[in-house]
Write a protein that binds this ligand. Structure first.
Ligand code: HEC
Length: 99
């Protein structure tokens, strides 16, 4: 019978510890904003999202050059009509405007 209080204590300790951590966000890769789905769909088939999220704050023109390089040099298959919205997202979420 002496073991019961110890068992209760152990269960409480586990329950308290469980409160200290939380599950990661559902979509941790990119900041939530209109256009995030475009980057998610078009920019992570060749490299991880960190290639994008760890860049210094680019201007929109710098993002434009970067995306153009992905297309021209590496053949990123990006629908032309999506480029503007994608650049808006990158500039706002990971650009100078983001600060
Ligand atoms: C077809 C493959 C491919 C796709 C799709 C792609 N990239 Fe890349 N990306 C690369 C390669 C290859 C590198 C260079 C990796 C290295 O140098 O280690 C790179 C590197 C980068 C870098 C690091 C800086 C640089 O210029 O090397 C950034 C930023 C980047 N990509 C952004 C993007 C964005 C934004 C998209 C979506 C529009 C995208 N990439 C889609 C292939 C791709």
């Amino acid at each position: 019978m002496k073991q019961i209080p110890i068992a209760i204590f152990a269960c409480t300790a586990i329950a308290v510890a469980a409160d200290d951590w939380k599950l990661p966000d559902e979509n941790p890769a990119f900041k939530a904003a209109p256009g995030a789905e475009l980057v998610q769909a078009n920019c992570i088939m060749c490299h991880s999202h960190e290639y994008i999220t760890t860049q210094p704050a680019f201007t929109r023109d710098q993002w434009k050059a970067s995306v153009a390089k992905m297309q021209a040099k590496y053949g990123a298959p990006l629908p032309p009509e999506k480029v503007d919205a994608l650049l808006n997202y990158l500039a706002q979420s990971y650009g100078k405007a983001a600060k």
